[in-house]
Design a protein around this ligand. Sequence first.
Ligand code: HEC
Length: 124
Amino acid sequence: MKYFLVAIAVVIVAQTSCVNNTQDDLEPIGPEVAQEDEKVTYGDVVFVFDNICTACHSNPPQNGAPMSLASYLAVKEAVLNRGLLNRINREEGSDGAMPLGGPRLPQPTIDLLIKWNEDGLLEN
Ligand code: HEC
């Protein structure tokens, strides 16, 4: 009986220390969550416009594009008044989808632009 009680005590101690370990493992989540809360700024998304859109949406625009996407104010205006997020979100090959002629932007890039809008279209 004594040995049985000792065995139970050992099991309880082992389980308790497991719980403690788990709590220790969870601690680093704090800073990771904080990073996800960081706001997206124009500097984080400008690569899309510089590398892809300004092939047509340059200043002045070319290939029939109606406006420039070559500056912060021009891009912000297009998000607010020209349905930019809607255009890049359309199915590849569908009418009006941007970039014109495809391919569709990678989903993480589209998500980044959506978050930029949600964060308030910050410049810096
Ligand atoms: C190959 C040339 C070309 C590329 C590259 C291109 N566009 Fe366009 N874009 C056009 C043309 C032409 C139009 C006008 C026809 C239309 O509205 O579909 C247009 C229209 C638009 C409009 C609607 C403007 C309005 O006033 O209705 C938006 C928004 C837009 N483009 C965003 C983008 C974005 C964002 C990119 C890059 C991801 C991009 N475009 C890449 C040619 C292009």
